[in-house]
Design a protein around this ligand. Sequence first.
Ligand code: MG
Ligand code: MG
Length: 288
Amino acid sequence: AIYPNDGADYGTLSMCADVAMYRAKAAGRNTFRFFTKEMQDQSERALYLENALRRAIESGQLALHYQPQISLDNNRVIGVEALVRWIHPKLGVVSPSEFIPVAEDCGLILPIGEWVIRTALSQLKQWHRSGVEVLAPLVMAVNISAVQFLRGDFPATVARILAEIGMPPDCLELELTESVALGNPDEAIRLMGVLRAQGVRLSIDDFGTGYSSLSYLKRFHAYKLKIDKSFVRDISRDPDDKAIVEAIIGMARNLGMRTVAEGVETAEQMAFLYDRGCDEAQGYFIAR
Ligand code: MG
Ligand code: MG
């Protein structure tokens, strides 16, 4: 039921077991478990996705969608966030939350991540050429996975792609989550320093949902904090979410960072964010 019936070889059971063991470890279970039917289905699906992903870039199945980010000062579009979509000929739309972990496990996150940065910057260059920057100098925000960030020489890869496309570093904003600092925080902070010195902007994505270590946050020296949509959703009625969003905006301002609220879907949310001094917003209310 998991594979298309196309007669291809989708791998052996021993490879499935490896993936399942990885998943068990990733889930923090430090014990052996029985290899259940459900786990087998999951790992068979992961293996199928891995093989399909190998062909996804060259066969043009990956696409980027761009969600506008506006300044709350003047309601102008000042940037866009590039969001990757995978449309597989048989499976249909595969969610990034499903295929990015698979790509991280098998190393494909590196070529996919490079493709995303290169494609997004080429698009931005086209927009600049066609005069869109007359409205405002657009910045391209690209999501970076922790695995992609920490493997190889990521700052050199970014510099190479910027030079290849011929775009200045300050038109690129890399969205990192707090999880980049999980394994080796000193190395992550060093890499962030190198990127900043190159002139690339850094933002902390999904802020408030991870470990939210304030000592790391101070050392990240990020340009922007992205307030996670789970807090934005109920700001017009939940006093706790109101307090959290206010606190994040105040803290970011005092640390010299801008704030952008994600997942803004109503006029009430926009009004609240504007009122509390949030700098930017994105979400379906503005443009899908
Ligand atoms: Mg993001
Ligand atoms: Mg986000």
